[in-house]
Design a binder for this molecule. Structure first.
Ligand code: PNS
Length: 172
C-alpha cells in the first residue's frame, strides 16, 4: 500500500491588529498551497498597546476565513518556532509587500532558521493593490477621519468605526 503523503502545515503569524485585505489575500493564497494553514496571532502581553484584544482579533479573523475549511485561527506567545514545532508545522508564511519589508523579514527568517533549521520560512507577495496597506496605516487613516473602504473586510471596517467612533465616509 502506498504511504500516505505528509500533511503540510503552515503558520501565518502576525499581530493582525486588525486584519487587512492584504492579510486576507495572503491567507487565500496560503490556503491553496498548504494542507493546513494556521493563522496565529502574537499575544505580546499588551506591550505595544494593541487597538484590539487577542479575542477580538481572533473573532475578526474567524468572521472572514469561513470560506476556507483548511484555515484555523489561533494565538501564541513565546518563540514562534517553538509554537510552530508544537503545532507540527514545517512552514512559516510571511508576506512581502515591498523592498522595505525585506530587511526585517530576512532577519526574522534567518533567526528562526538558526533556532529551528527544520522549519522553512516562505514568502508570498500580496496582490499589488494591497502593497501599501498595513494595519498601522489603516488605524491612522480612520483615526483621522479618512476613508478605509476596500482596505479591510467590511466587518472589520464596522468594528474600526465603532472603536474610533466615526461614521462611514461617502466622499469617495
Ligand atoms: O504582524 P507583525 O508584527 O509583522 O508580526 C511579527 C511576528 C509576530 C511574526 C514576530 O514578531 C514574531 O514572530 N514574534 C514572536 C517572537 C519570536 O519568535 N521572536 C524571535 C524570532 S524573530
Amino acid at each position: 500500500m502506498a504511504a500516505k503523503p505528509p500533511v503540510v502545515t503552515a503558520i501565518y503569524p502576525g499581530s493582525f491588529d486588525p486584519i487587512t485585505n492584504g492579510h486576507l489575500d495572503l491567507i487565500e493564497r496560503g490556503a491553496k498551497l498548504f494542507d493546513r494553514l494556521i493563522v496565529a496571532i502574537l499575544q505580546n502581553e499588551e506591550k505595544n498597546s494593541p487597538l484590539f484584544s487577542v479575542e477580538e482579533r481572533m473573532e475578526m479573523l474567524r468572521e472572514v476565513v469561513g470560506a476556507y475549511p483548511n484555515v484555523e485561527i489561533d494565538y501564541f506567545h513565546g518563540l514562534l518556532v517553538d509554537y510552530a514545532a508544537a503545532r507540527k508545522a514545517t512552514v512559516l508564511l510571511r508576506g512581502i509587500r515591498a523592498i522595505s519589508d525585506y530587511e526585517k523579514e530576512l532577519q526574522m527568517a534567518l533567526m528562526n532558521r538558526r533556532l529551528r533549521p527544520e522549519i522553512e520560512t516562505l514568502f508570498l507577495m500580496p496582490a499589488e493593490a494591497y502593497s501599501f496597506v498595513s494595519s498601522r496605516l489603516v488605524k491612522e487613516v480612520i483615526g483621522l477621519g479618512g476613508n478605509i473602504a476596500g482596505l479591510v473586510p467590511p466587518s472589520v471596517e464596522i468594528r474600526l468605526r465603532k472603536r474610533f467612533n466615526t461614521a462611514a465616509r461617502v466622499d469617495r
